[in-house]
Design a protein around this ligand. Structure first.
Ligand code: ATP
Ligand code: MG
Length: 220
């Protein structure tokens, strides 16, 4: 096995899943805010393998995304990066990831799954949403001023049953997205200060986001 992340002694873990193509300060600020608010021992960044709902989306090679995530998390001793999704063949389902992660932890570990508020709207479309909610809490990250009520209506079906397992948290509004960074890099616009310097260096060293054919793997 290639996994070097180790969570054996953690009582609580927050999971930050993402494509991380590339990872940026929006992800890092969110992860640190959740770590502090829920006082978790670790935040585990899990770069996605092949997302089931994005089967035709083009994504940069797994190993580049993994390494950029490692570089970006170097300076936080509470951040770790796991290979469980990128090393698992086939489509990625969150439920499988959570179960696999749980096997690597103490039996009484408390898990928090971090997701953008928009993704939680979709939760009923995920694989086995109810079982998922029995395995971990959800942290729906919103921007200040986000209409929480509207969000609550949209997840109506599971709201009553699982209200105590879904947490909302505002993080500072960061208008940073990976797609914007890719676009900027392609056009030769600055990406500095949107992501850690090491990740910027990596992008230029490997010429990522210049030629889509070269660094993308199309999963079909
Ligand atoms: P893309 O633009 O390619 O969709 P992204 O910037 O949204 O990429 P993802 O890897 O898709 O990044 O996001 C992983 C997780 O981080 C998701 O739960 C997403 O909601 C959250 N996230 C992304 N950008 C931010 C941001 N600027 N602030 C807070 N959370 C973010
Ligand atoms: Mg996104």
């Amino acid at each position: 096995r290639n996994e070097i992340a180790n969570f054996k002694n953690c009582k609580s873990i927050a999971i930050m899943g993402g494509t991380f193509d590339p990872i940026h300060y929006g992800h890092l600020v969110t992860a640190e805010a959740v770590r502090h608010r829920f006082q978790v021992d670790r935040v585990v960044f899990i770069p996605t393998g092949r997302p089931a709902h994005k089967a035709d989306k083009q994504v940069t090679h797994n190993e580049h995304r993994y390494l950029m995530t490692v570089l970006a998390t170097m300076r936080n001793e509470n951040f770790e990066v796991s290979r469980i999704e990128i090393d698992r063949p086939g489509a990625t389902y969150t439920i499988d990831t959570i179960e696999q992660l749980k096997e690597m932890c103490r039996p009484d570990v408390r898990l928090y799954f971090i997701t953008g508020a928009d993704a939680i709207h979709q939760i009923m479309n995920w694989k086995e949403p109810e079982r998922l909610l029995t395995l971990c809490d959800f942290v729906a990250v919103t921007r200040p001023g986000y209409q929480k009520n509207r969000l609550f209506e949209e997840i109506g079906e599971i709201r009553d049953k699982f209200a105590s397992r879904i947490h909302y948290m505002e993080v500072p509004a960061l208008a940073i997205s990976s797609s914007d960074i890719r676009e900027r890099a392609r056009k030769g616009m600055p990406i500095k200060y949107l992501l850690p310097q090491e990740v910027e260096d990596y992008i230029y060293k490997f010429g990522l986001y210049q030629d889509r054919e070269k660094d993308e793997v199309k999963f079909m």
